[in-house]
Design a protein around this ligand. Structure first.
Ligand SMILES: NC(=O)c1ccc[n+]([C@@H]2O[C@H](COP(=O)([O-])OP(=O)(O)OC[C@H]3O[C@@H](n4cnc5c(N)ncnc54)[C@H](O)[C@@H]3O)[C@@H](O)[C@H]2O)c1
Ligand SMILES: [Zn+2]
Length: 389
């Protein structure tokens, strides 16, 4: 089997990276810059250092801050149509996965594309990038800055869908810890667990390869060791490691793929608007427990890299330890993990089961095949929410 990994063209990691945007704009020769962000981040003044650095490059700057969290198809279409006439030659995104995904889609939808967003949902491979893209994540996080994916909600189908195309991979990434230094703890928790799920799912995926393993295991090491510290104290070093771990998780996705945690999470995001990281946290340990027997060796091997002090333990103990740590992390970071809190009713179960079973793009990656009854049983367990109590 071939191993393929796709990486952004340039990755800058470290404090003060934002200031280097001036040189990067000069490098690209861009004259018209479009900055994507959202109203929360602008309200916090987080775009100001970036705007100042862009101003030094003496280019024209337009800002699109009407980006919605967990954007729907209509949200992305609205944003793209509001900037259609701007014809930027450089697109910079400062934000979480919602901003970065919208910007990545805008880069392939602007510039007279002959297809629209709904066409890309059917055939994403027709996407062509029309301008240079630089991603600056402010959550720790989706890893969208590294992936060729963009996720949109489809309200009429009450689900979310991933658009995957090589044209979506960003040209440059800036990982600057200053961008996540003031991240509210609940967002550190939810986005951090999302990043951990990327690493663990990619490592235990049927599509895992030596190249994706490298990033998935390195990301898991960073996140398992730092997420609780980052959540409790916003320790800068821990946050810096979370930012890197989240990026690694994104890289791992390009070579492997997430599995049943993400697959079954899409209906929760699509129908109940549960934030992506939270819906993954709700399912994470339950799905990994279901997968445990089929992934015993992989989970034990992950345990060897993350917790080498447990090397001499039996395979089953090591696999169980990784799952125990996932439960502890969700609990210790106080992520609301009971579906009832989000208004999900027993009578919604069959709709969830049907919708979950249609997430074949990711379900096929799962090491253990899920029958309809398995999917029903997993949703039933998370509805009771007992695992984390
Ligand atoms: N493209 C991919 O590979 C990929 C992977 C996973 C998830 N996603 C998608 O990404 C989206 C979720 O992204 P996310 O989890 O990063 O959250 P987000 O971008 O939706 O942001 C969540 C909230 O946090 C706020 N926020 C962001 N950074 C902040 C900061 N530094 N300080 C204060 N507030 C801040 C935002 O304004 C928003 O209100 C979903 O749509 C999900 O499906 C994409
Ligand atoms: Zn995710």
């Amino acid at each position: 089997m071939n191993s393929l990994l796709q990486l952004p063209g340039r990755i800058l990691y470290g404090q003060g990276g934002i200031e280097q945007i001036t040189g990067r704009i000069e490098y690209t020769g861009a004259k018209k810059v479009l900055l994507f962000s959202d109203k929360v981040l602008r309200g916090l003044g987080m775009t100001i250092p970036l705007e100042n650095a862009i101003a030094k490059a003496e280019v024209s700057l337009e800002i699109a801050d009407n980006i919605k969290a967990e954007p729907s198809v209509a949200d992305v279409e609205k944003t793209v149509s509001s900037i259609k006439e701007k014809r930027p030659d450089l697109l910079i995104a400062l934000g979480g996965g919602s901003v970065m995904d919208t910007a990545k889609l805008a880069a392939v939808l602007l510039g007279g594309a002959s297809y629209g967003l709904r066409d890309l949902l059917v055939n994403p491979l027709q996407a062509v990038k029309h301008c240079w893209t630089i991603m600056i994540p402010t959550t720790c996080g989706t890893g969208s800055e590294a992936t060729c994916n963009a996720i949109v909600a489809i309200p009429e189908e009450q689900v979310k869908k991933g658009i995957v195309s090589p044209a979506l991979i960003p040209d440059e990434v800036i990982l600057d810890v200053d961008c996540i230094a003031a991240l509210p703890p609940p967002i550190i928790a939810a986005t951090g667990v999302d990043a951990l799920a990327h690493c663990v799912e990619c490592y235990t995926s049927k599509k895992a390869t030596p190249l994706s393993d490298l990033y998935a295991s390195a990301g898991a090491r960073l996140i398992f060791a730092n997420i609780e510290k980052a959540y409790v104290s916003r320790d800068k070093e821990a946050l810096e490691k979370m930012l890197l771990g989240a990026f690694y998780g994104g890289v791992a996705i390009t070579g492997s793929g997430t599995t049943a945690v993400h697959a079954l999470s899409y209906p929760l995001g699509g129908k109940y608007h549960i934030a992506h990281g939270v819906s993954n946290a709700i399912l994470f340990a339950t799905v990994m427990e279901f997968n445990q027997d089929a992934c015993l060796f992989r989970l034990a091997s992950l345990c060897d890299t993350v917790y080498p002090e447990l090397f001499s333990k039996a395979e089953g103990e090591k696999a169980a330890f990784i799952i125990k740590r996932i439960k502890e992390i969700v609990k210790n970071t106080e992520i609301p993990a009971n579906l009832k809190q989000f208004g999900v009713k027993e009578s919604d179960l069959e709709d969830l089961v049907q919708s979950g079973s249609r997430q074949t793009r990711l379900l096929v990656n799962n090491m253990k095949e899920l029958t309809i009854d398995d999917i029903r049983s997993i949703y039933q367990q998370v509805m009771q929410g007992a695992l984390y109590e």
